[in-house]
Design a binder for this molecule. Structure first.
Ligand code: PAF
Length: 285
């Protein structure tokens, strides 16, 4: 049986733990999450573990990053199961604050960004999302004072936003990206996959298949606009309602029209029924 990972809810307790471990010469890794943990999250814990002596996981469903018509109320909250999973991978501490610990009465500050937060991708469809993410992540990084924090490449634009905010705000924590974990048919693991009906789940694999084919075409010399256009048409035929599917520079997210402008990333968001899926892959051999 695994020993259950301790849970704290107060910033002060988190700081006390991290302070004591750092005073003992240990390196601290942080994995911020919104809970509803799956194997993808656990792989972030393992990535943190490879570079740190102690791994702290935060679980907080951040209201500020959900738009008014998004799924904040129904977002899965599964703390007991999450804690069990984190215990099984040997996480050292869970920080699971209540909303007023993070946003006390009178809270009046927002981190609003340009650069990767205004790339006309997720931000076009979720205009307040990255301000909500940047605000909470700035707070979590300040609260934890970890040496390194790990975020998934699945939310690729988010990863670049967080790297940039840490750099711009002189936050000393090193920000690491970790690869997307996929189901056997290629669907990127996501806490939102449980919203898919059985029939939608069968079709959902086409998002990754389509991105993979488009990347292959681009690598074989096809015109980028033609390859992404064909990918959009294929997804639309499969019943996806596409928000975007685009080729961008992997570091700046600037639009690209030729392989010479690379490294290139293909990024997509599309709805299947009421469920919005996002995915991205590198265009590389
Ligand atoms: O990727 C997530 O789960 C969230 O956006 C994050 C980084 C934990 C901030 O709430």
């Amino acid at each position: 049986m695994n020993t259950q990972v301790p849970i704290v809810g107060a910033i002060e307790e988190l700081r006390r733990y991290v302070g004591a471990r750092r005073a003992a010469g240990e390196r601290i890794g942080l994995v911020p999450t919104m809970g509803a943990l799956h194997a993808g999250h656990l792989s972030l814990v393992e990535a943190a573990r490879r570079t740190a002596d102690r791994v702290v996981v935060t679980i907080f469903v951040n209201p500020a990053q959900f738009g008014p018509n998004e799924d904040f109320a129904r977002y899965p909250r599964t703390l007991a199961a999450d804690v069990e999973k984190l215990s099984s991978v040997g996480a050292d501490l869970v920080f699971a604050p209540m909303a007023d610990e993070i946003y006390p009465p009178g809270f009046a500050t927002k981190v609003v960004m340009e650069g990767p937060a205004c790339a006309d991708l997720e931000d076009r469809f979720r205009p307040t999302h990255f301000s909500g993410v940047a605000t909470v992540v700035t707070k979590l990084l300040n609260q934890a004072q970890a040496d390194v924090a790990v975020f998934g490449e699945k939310d690729y634009q988010q990863l670049l936003v967080i790297k940039r905010l840490a750099r711009d705000l002189d936050i000393a924590t090193e920000i690491l990206g970790a690869p997307t974990l996929r189901e056997a048919d290629g669907l990127a693991m996501s806490s939102r996959n449980i919203y898919l009906s059985r029939e939608e789940r069968e079709r959902a694999r086409q998002l990754h298949d389509t991105l993979t084919d488009a990347a292959r075409r681009i690598l074989h010399g096809d015109d980028i606009g033609a390859a992404t256009g064909a990918a959009r048409a294929r997804l639309a035929d499969a019943g996806f309602d596409i928000d975007y599917l685009e080729a961008r520079h992997a570091e700046t997210l600037a639009p690209v029209s030729s392989l010479d402008e690379g490294p290139i990333r293909l990024l997509a968001a599309a709805k299947l029924g009421a469920t919005r899926l996002i995915d991205n892959i590198a265009v590389q051999s």
